[in-house]
Design a protein around this ligand. Sequence first.
Ligand SMILES: [Ca+2]
Length: 351
Amino acid sequence: MCNNECDASTDELAHPPELMFDFEGRNPTTFWQSSSWNTFPKPLEVNITLSWNKTIELTDDIILTFESGRPEQMLLEKSLDYGKTWTPYQFYATDCLDAFTMEPKTVNELTQRTLLDIICTEDYSRGYVWKYDKTVRFEIKDRFALFAGPRLHNMASLYGQLDTTRNLRDFFTVTDLRIRLLKPATGATMVDENNLSRYFYAISDIKVQGRCKCNLHSNSCVFDKDKGKLGCECEHNTTGPDCGRCKRHYHGRPWSVGSYLPIPRGTANISHVCDNAMLLCQNGGTCHHHQRCHCAPGFKGVLCERTRCQVLGPCEEYPTAGQPSLHHPLLLVPPGLLLSLLLPLVVIWFC
Ligand SMILES: [Ca+2]
């Protein structure tokens, strides 16, 4: 701890924020340190905001390593809209009732039904004995384990839930995180007003593990130097920062998120265009390899749901639905045009 040796204007004695994100493993540890609590009794509050400028899915615990005592009050917040709005992720306090009027809870008390509850935990704030446990966590894996089992051996179960429950997917998704340090460790019931330089925050490392959210339509996510941010390399005719919409001209079927299942490769969710049960080709059309409806004369559309008007003339006369015209309009179309009419049908299957 630098105590009286800190000096932000001298490289050797400065403890800037970058030292929370440098390579760890060196000795002595590098760390950021806040100013001391010289404004006591005014609260010493510091926000640390992490912004990815990209939607991220968390895959492992968030771990903060404190070189000071762990804060007596702290709040972890998340944003899903690039920092416009924030919601609490977890409260931390030596006394949850006193600090946040919340009953203390641990992640182990959560169930599948209460997994999305925002809790206040006293697990990471107690005591000033910081040399033995310096970490504060947000437990992602314990929450995964509620669906995947204690050693995460049944990931298919978790992925099945993530596939079907948007709230659950969103819970583990962030664009930004904000650590709100609200009260430093004091180690005593009374703050020693004659020695306020003892009280401060110091963090040596912040670990956040995740992957880009690409809605399962991409295998890679790269840092675009020109845009200065991460971006998905979208496949399956999707586009957008998170592959969250269809590419232009590929709107034949509505966009949908890919699937985690079957593991480990998942699927692009190329759902059937037609089948013989739910997605029936209409107006006498027949389903061909689940990929397209062969429409009866006079009908068009993915499920042959629309009547086709004369291509070469004005749309004066529409055949009645269910009673295809005897005069097949396509027969009037030159072969080259027929091909170009069909092509869009071919390229939309993936989106
Ligand atoms: Ca460090």
